[in-house]
Design a binder for this molecule. Structure first.
Ligand code: BTN
Length: 331
């Protein structure tokens, strides 16, 4: 906490030195304590010039996702106003779930620079190496029925795709149910978890993982040919705190659209990005494999499939593989 305050003081005096004495007076701690914190901040990548006569001056800040780096950029009304920041966690979703169970409010977010047990859909692992990704979980408390919870996932997929586009100029597509792709490779994924009663949602944990600055060779072999990052696709690293800012802003905007205008507005935006309609697909769902043509995604987020024998099937969860990329017929 004191480090945040030291940074704030230094930021408030961008072009002048601030003496150790002045800082120790303002923060009511010894000069040695200030010096120790400055030394730690330097180890995190802050360039802080020190002059024996004049004091300290902040020269450069690293691209960390700490509240003190992110908050000055953030233009949201309520999303991300409380940031629970961790250098490392097992999973931001687990932490957010725990916080929400103990009363954390809508819009509070959990961020970890790395995850030791990052979770993906269907029990998979999520690769989250330090300082190269965004690992975010948002606590939401929407007044909608539990049956409509998948709309939150669709909304978050749209917001994530829009944030990627705003930050990089690239145009991601969404692959059902919620993979975000750039040139057919996965750049981001969503894992939403809810706690509810039959007719009331207590909270939703919106978990979003984005591969920002991972180089291709860093990905584990099993996913190297199917994963990508923003850095790889655009040819240069992104400023992670700027991406986070865009993402929180888009989430706030699209959540409002969902609550005020309803699911159709979100579905329209989702469909534009998904391009799944008319595609020939193979879907694996609960151990069963279905093939057919994707007709649409309904208002509950389920995939409507026309199977080879002409039957219509509603698929609630699963994995999709495109077996023929061109649209086959109009449905
Ligand atoms: C998937 O595509 O399988 C979903 C991946 C979701 C990963 C994110 S990273 C932040 C949050 N914490 C987790 O443990 N998982 C989600």
């Amino acid at each position: 906490m004191m480090e945040e305050e030291i940074l704030q003081l230094l930021r408030d005096h961008p072009s002048t030195f601030l003496s150790g004495e002045e800082m120790s007076r303002r923060l009511k701690v010894s000069r040695t304590a200030i010096w120790k914190r400055i030394r730690h901040l330097r180890s995190l990548g802050y360039q802080i010039e020190a002059s024996t006569r004049s004091g300290y001056r902040l020269i450069h800040s690293p691209d960390l996702l700490t509240p003190s780096e992110v908050k000055p950029l953030l233009k949201t009304k309520w999303m991300g106003k409380v940031i629970h920041y961790f250098n490392s966690l097992d999973s931001t979703n687990s932490k957010a779930y725990d916080l929400a169970t103990h009363g954390a409010e809508e819009g509070e977010v959990v961020i970890a620079e790395s995850q030791l047990k990052g979770r993906g859909r269907l029990g998979r692992k999520w690769f989250s190496p330090p300082y190269l990704t965004l690992n975010l979980s948002v606590i939401l408390r929407p007044s909608i029925f539990p049956q409509q919870a998948s709309l939150i996932t669709l909304m978050a997929a749209v917001a994530t795709a829009e944030a990627i586009e705003k930050c990089s100029g690239l145009q991601p597509l969404i692959k059902w149910p919620n993979d975000i792709l750039l040139k057919d490779r996965k750049v981001a994924g969503l894992l939403n978890e809810i706690q509810s009663e039959t007719d009331r949602i207590h909270f939703v944990i919106l978990g979003i993982g984005v591969n920002l600055n991972i180089d291709e060779r860093m990905f584990p072999k099993e996913i190297r040919s199917i994963a990508t990052s923003l850095k790889r696709e655009r040819g240069e690293a992104v400023l992670r705190k700027e991406f986070l800012r865009y993402l929180l802003e888009e989430l706030e905007r699209w959540y409002k659209v969902l609550l005020e205008e309803g699911g159709d507005a979100v579905l329209t935006a989702w469909r534009k990005r998904s391009q799944i309609k008319g595609k020939s697909v193979r879907v694996t769902s609960f151990g069963e494999t279905l093939t057919g043509i994707a007709v649409d995604v309904d208002s509950s987020g389920s995939l409507i499939l026309k199977t080879e024998n002409g039957e219509r099937k509603r698929v609630v969860a699963g994995d999709v593989e495109y077996t023929n990329k061109a649209p086959i017929s109009k449905q």
